[in-house]
Design a protein around this ligand. Structure first.
Ligand SMILES: C[S@@+](CC[C@H](N)C(=O)[O-])C[C@H]1O[C@@H](n2cnc3c(N)ncnc32)[C@H](O)[C@@H]1O
Length: 198
């Protein structure tokens, strides 16, 4: 496990914003992955009404999940580019809004590797789930320790992700989503399905 150390929060934020602007047109998430998440939400969270996607850039996965689930889904991104997109807010995902606490049916994120403090981050995400709510946290080979950089500070193996998630919640399942040929990032994904400890 590796965690890049920043001189200050300001430096962290600037690195994230800079990379976001540099790669604003790229989408990491895949259709296959969004379908897997939507199907899991339908099967495991009956009556789900509100979801969050953390680190959603221009909101691609937010639109996918809104269409598939036909419910309210809001995306966060630390960059000011978020403000120009529908159903997106500029927001650091380490922070919670009072109205989210214990009130969110599901959270999806493929960006835990952008956290400056993954334990804090997971604690805060899980605190937003209502009882029965679930977090879907993506891992891929590019989330591994050797990929920890100033831009993607947190790198860990799949097993280390599981251990981290299990420190704060209950890992209920791990979805295996094969990569998509023709996608810019065609690698396989794992999605940890995590519930709150009560
Ligand atoms: C690898 S991109 C993934 C974007 C999108 N989820 C996708 O699948 O294409 C990571 C995103 O996380 C955002 N990000 C990084 N740190 C963040 C933070 N602390 N809070 C919210 N968003 C953050 C970045 O600005 C960037 O848009």
């Amino acid at each position: 496990m590796r965690l890049h150390q920043y001189r200050s929060y300001r430096q962290y934020r600037r690195r994230q914003e800079k990379k976001n602007r540099r790669q604003i047109d790229r989408v990491w998430a895949t259709e296959r992955e969004m379908t897997a998440v939507a199907e899991a939400v339908k099967a495991r969270i009956p009556g789900a009404r509100f979801g969050l996607c953390h680190g959603a850039k221009a909101g691609w996965e937010v639109r996918q999940l809104r269409e598939q689930l036909e419910i309210e889904v809001l995306g966060t991104d630390i960059s000011d580019t978020a403000a120009g997109h529908e159903h997106m807010i500029r927001w650091d995902f380490h922070e919670t809004k009072p109205e989210w606490i214990g009130a969110v049916d599901f959270i999806y994120s493929n960006c835990l590797d952008h956290s400056y403090d993954p334990d804090l981050c997971i604690r805060r995400w899980l605190s937003c789930l209502r009882p029965g709510g679930l977090a879907f946290v993506e891992w891929s080979a590019l989330h591994g320790p050797e990929h920890s950089t100033e831009d993607d500070p947190f790198g860990a193996t799949e097993e280390e992700y599981e251990a981290l998630l299990s420190r704060h919640g209950v890992v209920l399942d791990r979805l295996h989503v094969p990569g998509e040929d023709g996608h810019r990032y065609p690698l396989d994904r794992r999605i940890f399905v995590v519930g709150r400890t009560l």
